[in-house]
Design a protein around this ligand. Structure first.
Ligand SMILES: C=C(OP(=O)(O)O)C(=O)O
Ligand SMILES: [Mg+2]
Length: 403
């Protein structure tokens, strides 16, 4: 019933105005799915390879489409993704491009769900998914810099974390209120700010002032809404790491790896951070393990560039105690099956999964379904801006549908 009839690929725009790959999958019984690949700016060194979209599309048309059409069923995600791997033949999707692969993988999942008449989160999560399970808490980027905005903070993302919200919808609205409260605080302090790639405020302040601003904004909204709002960080420390000098560079300031671990532990303590992503360089398993040992009982230490949604890197991290959570970005690994494998390995070993957008996004909402289907603790998908609210609004609809 879900046998694939056609796969069409085209270039569309992402939120940065760059072309990206969009896929349409049509089944013989008329099921339809459409999905587009996101794109990172602070990409990890070990991610699957994104090719220029024209090249990725040409290669996928040549190698992947003939393997899928007429033989593979869109409802069987493992078969779809195995065909993509077979068509590519490399470890990192460098032949057909992880951007083509992930677009086709996600579009096929939607076509499969369409034929079955099931919502995507249900199709991906399975019929035995417990509707009473808790929903992912949205992490909302409210202040940022790094690779996402010039002349702003060194730490890439300051993330509102409404951990006490009674519902997904209230959590989503709370993050938007924190974003607005940050604008108020900036205004009161006469600090002008544009927005970065993900819609977060990108003021030209040092990181210590950004902490002060975000702490004040979250406190104000916490008082107004009456439930707990913490905040967290994506340090994206690989972007700060100067391998030649062996130090993390924060503008003119620098920290040795030991000082970086101390600094992160102090920040967790001082601001009661709920979440710290990539506090150390992507090759520093030891530093991650030391920090997790020190503060992992009171916050999530999450590997993004460290793990790149890759089960081999995650296995090493589990063996070494390098983190207590993993960021899941399907385009880092190329298919939904690989992303699911990473979630499953993480959860089986007591790590939390955090499903994430990329800084370059489209209106695609697959990750909202993925986060619910995998019972992820958090979903990181921005706060404002159409490509971000597309996912947040879908999450609200899913929560309504799933009760
Ligand atoms: C979302 C992120 O940014 P990018 O997509 O640029 O890697 C991140 O680093 O978690
Ligand atoms: Mg990150």
């Amino acid at each position: 019933m879900t046998r694939i009839e056609s796969v069409s690929l085209r270039r569309v725009l992402d939120s940065r105005g760059n072309p990206t790959v969009e896929a349409d999958v049509l089944t013989q019984s008329g099921g339809f799915g459409r999905a587009a690949a996101p794109s990172g700016a602070s990409t990890g060194e070990y991610e699957a390879i994104e090719l220029p979209p024209k090249e990725a599309i040409a290669k996928a048309r040549e190698h992947a489409v003939p393997r899928l059409v007429g033989s593979v069923h869109a409802g069987n995600q493992r078969d779809v993704d195995a065909a993509l791997h077979a068509a590519d033949g490399t470890e990192d999707f460098s032949e057909i491009g992880a951007n083509s692969a992930v677009a086709i993988s996600m579009a096929a999942s939607k076509a499969g769900a369409d034929v079955l008449g099931a919502p995507l989160f249900q199709h991906l999560g399975g019929t035995f998914r417990d509707a009473d399970r808790s929903f992912p808490v949205p992490l909302g980027n409210v202040v940022g810099g790094g690779e996402h905005a010039a002349d702003a903070t060194h730490i890439q993302e300051f993330l509102s974390a409404p951990v006490g919200a009674p519902s997904v919808a209230e959590a989503v609205f709370a993050n938007a209120e924190v974003h607005a409260a940050v604008a108020d605080v900036l205004d009161e302090r006469d600090i002008p700010a544009a927005k970065g790639d993900e819609g977060a405020w990108a003021p030209a302040v040092d990181d210590s002032e950004a902490f002060d601003i975000v702490a004040e904004a979250t406190e104000r909204v916490e008082e107004a809404v009456g439930f707990e709002i913490k905040f967290g960080l994506d340090v994206a420390a690989s972007e700060l790491w100067d391998a030649d000098a062996g130090v993390y560079r924060y503008g003119d300031d620098e920290r040795t790896p030991d000082e970086q671990v101390d600094y992160m532990a102090e920040l967790v303590e001082q601001y009661d951070l709920a979440y710290v992503e990539d506090p150390l360089d992507e090759d520093d398993y030891d530093g991650f393990a030391e920090l997790t040992d020190r503060v992992g009982d009171r916050t999530l230490i999450c590997g993004d560039d460290l793990f790149v949604t890759n089960v081999e890197r995650l296995s090493r991290g589990i063996d070494e105690g390098a983190a207590n959570s993993i960021l899941i970005k399907p385009n880092q690994i190329g298919t939904l099956s690989d992303a699911f494998d990473a979630v499953e390995l993480a959860q089986r070993n007591g790590l939390d999964a955090v499903v994430s957008h990329r800084s370059g996004e489209t209106e695609d909402t697959t990750i909202a379904h993925l986060a619910v289907a995998t019972d992820a603790s958090f979903i990181k998908t921005g706060t404002v801006g159409g490509e971000r609210t597309a996912k947040l609004n879908e999450l609200i609809r899913i929560a309504e549908e799933a009760v």
